[in-house]
Design a protein around this ligand. Structure first.
Ligand code: ADE
Length: 249
């Protein structure tokens, strides 16, 4: 029987997933919390990862080596970078890159020595299923997010985007910094702080990974304002709805 890990960086992002698990019990390993139980009859380990690439790498390793999961689904929020990747849209990663990784001039910028690549692909099949779940949820958003929040954040025609997600140990919250990322990595759709670290560990252990991020801000000068209220009112609901849909397929 497959054992699936469901991971988020923040408690707000994981709470709606935990609410779907009737029988979960908490285990604390390596200073972080894991909940072992079931979702729609499938064995699940939910994990509260914490913020950043080190937290991500530790959590991924524990999920694989200690909890014995055989696939990982990451959910959370990200800053939008790509044109038309707006607040309330959803991004499913098809590849992931660490934007703060730099061993140049010994290796080309972003390339991880030992792997010889800068981008790690997500699992195609698991990502297809996740993208399908996202389309279903976005198509029926008022079933999941209350109308006042939909109006407040202008979530009228939220879109699904698929492609490159970039990660680094920075909350990107100035317009010059987001413009620099867009210039240097023009195919990047969204920026967050954990995904590419998960992708590297999953590659090392040959484990399928899929990642979905709801866009909470545009990683610009307004990012710090948009982020907290969006997390509380919207992102928490998206995660639960997407995961529930993924498991009921
Ligand atoms: N997660 C959500 N918004 C983000 C941003 N602007 N930068 C990094 N991680 C994020």
């Amino acid at each position: 029987i497959p054992r699936i890990a469901l991971v988020a960086a923040l408690h707000e992002e994981l709470a709606s997933v935990l609410a779907l698990m009737p029988d979960e019990h908490k285990e604390t390993v390596g200073g972080r919390d894991f909940w072992v139980g079931h979702l729609h009859g499938q064995e699940v380990v939910a994990a509260l990862c914490g913020i950043g690439k080190v937290a991500a790498a530790t959590t991924a390793t524990l999920l694989i080596q200690y909890f014995g999961v055989d696939r990982i689904v990451f959910t959370g929020v990200a800053g939008g970078l790509g044109p038309g990747v707006n607040v309330g849209d959803v991004v499913v990663a098809r590849s992931l890159l660490q934007h703060d990784y730099d061993v140049s001039p010994i290796f080309p910028r972003y390339v991880i020595p030992g792997h010889g690549v800068s981008e790690f692909p997500s699992d195609a099949q698991l990502s297809d299923r996740l993208a399908g779940a996202c389309e279903t949820v976005l198509g029926a958003l008022p079933d999941h997010v209350d109308l006042a929040s939909i109006a407040k954040f202008g979530l009228h025609k939220p879109k699904l985007h698929q492609g490159l997600v970039i990660s680094g140990d920075r909350f990107v919250c100035t317009t010059p910094e987001s413009e620099k990322l867009i210039r240097e990595l023009p195919s990047a759709l969204a920026v967050e702080m954990e995904g590419a670290a998960f992708a590297q560990v999953c590659k090392d252990f040959n484990l399928p990974l899929a990642l979905v991020r709801t866009i909470s801000d545009r990683a610009d000068d307004e990012a710090h304002v948009d982020f907290p209220s969006f997390l509380k009112e919207v992102a928490s609901k998206y995660s639960g709805a997407i995961i529930q849909t993924l498991f009921s397929d």
